[in-house]
Design a protein around this ligand. Structure first.
Ligand code: MTE
Length: 323
């Protein structure tokens, strides 16, 4: 974002990385087991093994098209130590170091605005709202790096359907925790707190838009947005707001925190697009975390590779103006 240097990247312990081949073998084995189990009408087992660092939160393999990739997940140690969570500081290592005390219980999410059933949802009610699924998504940061993360959660549309939006609800606004007592980053006014993001209603209803509660088969670590966050895999990572406290249904397009900070750089749509460069750098390629510093950068894919699933949402829209 505004801070580009990869300072302070903590390298994982070798023992914490599952070698790619071992991971593939496990995945094939588990998929085989899962295929057998499916015929017995049992939920398929998730494809990844849990690191055992936090409470288990298993998810069945998702049947949503595009929700699985055969690309090996980024090592858990990288996923949980190289983060953007400005409420805890702007250095990539800050969230893992400073967010561990984040109080994630009790936790409630206000769901209101243009809906028939506004209310305050307790985390436990949200955890039970729909079956947990594992979704292995690519996450592409606007800064030019990417990861592959096995998230656990369910489609945001599950929650949206239950609150019955009115016909006038055209956008969904997401607000995240802004608690200066717990979040030292709020002392700097780098962006207007709290962190706010938004989606068009049809984007929010797309089955790939995920309400995530976990990753790698465990509850979310604080640095990754515990206890629940949004994950929108076809958009730059900044759309995937962490530690949600409010979801509002509105008529006007919300102005996100990043739009308020630098509107010429961060638009409302923020779809991953190799042909629309950031004003200060190219978006044509990306560095996959874990590939090694000297590895060749990978070509950025349109909509982060999810074009077959989401391309039709933007038919007829000028993607250069609506960046
Ligand atoms: N959500 C909040 N509340 N605060 C943030 O600073 N950073 C965003 C997004 N969600 C951010 C946030 C950015 S820029 C990215 S790339 C992703 O979170 C990073 O998610 P990760 O650290 O889990 O990989």
């Amino acid at each position: 974002m505004l801070y580009l240097k990869d300072r302070g990247h903590v390298h994982p312990l070798a023992s914490e990385i599952t070698p790619r081949e071992v991971w593939r073998q496990r995945r094939t084995l588990i998929q085989g087991l899962a295929a057998g189990a499916a015929t017995a009408a049992m939920p398929a087992l998730a494809a990844t093994t849990r690191p055992g660092k936090r409470d288990a939160l298993p998810g069945a393999r998702s049947a949503v098209p595009g929700a699985a990739t055969m690309e090996a997940p980024t090592a858990y140690a990288d996923v949980t130590s190289y983060n953007n969570f400005y409420e805890f500081g702007t250095d990539k290592a800050d969230p893992a170091q400073r967010a561990q005390g984040l109080q994630t219980r009790p936790w409630t999410v206000v769901v209101d605005g243009l809906v028939k059933k506004p209310g305050r949802w307790d985390l436990d009610a949200l955890l039970k709202l729909a079956p947990m699924e594992e979704r292995v998504y690519r996450l592409r940061c606007v800064e030019g790096w990417s990861m592959v993360i096995p998230w656990v959660g369910y489609s945001l549309s599950e929650l949206i359907r239950r609150v019955e939006p009115l016909g006038s609800a055209r956008y969904v606004q997401f607000e995240t925790l802004g608690d200066a007592k717990q979040m030292p980053g709020l002392r700097s006014n780098i962006i207007p707190w709290p962190y706010v993001e938004g989606l068009r209603m049809d984007e929010a209803m797309h089955p790939l838009a995920l309400l995530a509660f976990g990753l790698y088969g465990e509850v979310l670590p604080p640095q990754n947005g515990a206890p629940l966050r949004l994950v929108v895999p076809w958009k730059y990572g900044f759309k995937s707001a962490k530690s949600l406290v409010a979801i509002r249904f509105v008529e006007q397009q919300p102005r996100s925190a990043w739009q308020r900070t630098a509107p010429q750089e961060y638009g409302f749509y923020a779809n991953v697009n190799p042909t629309v460069d950031h004003p200060r750098w190219s978006q044509a390629t990306e560095r996959r975390i874990g590939d090694g510093l000297f590895a060749k950068r990978r070509p950025t894919q349109m909509f982060n590779g999810y074009e077959p699933q989401v391309g039709q949402l933007y038919a007829g829209l000028d993607l250069k103006t609506n960046y």
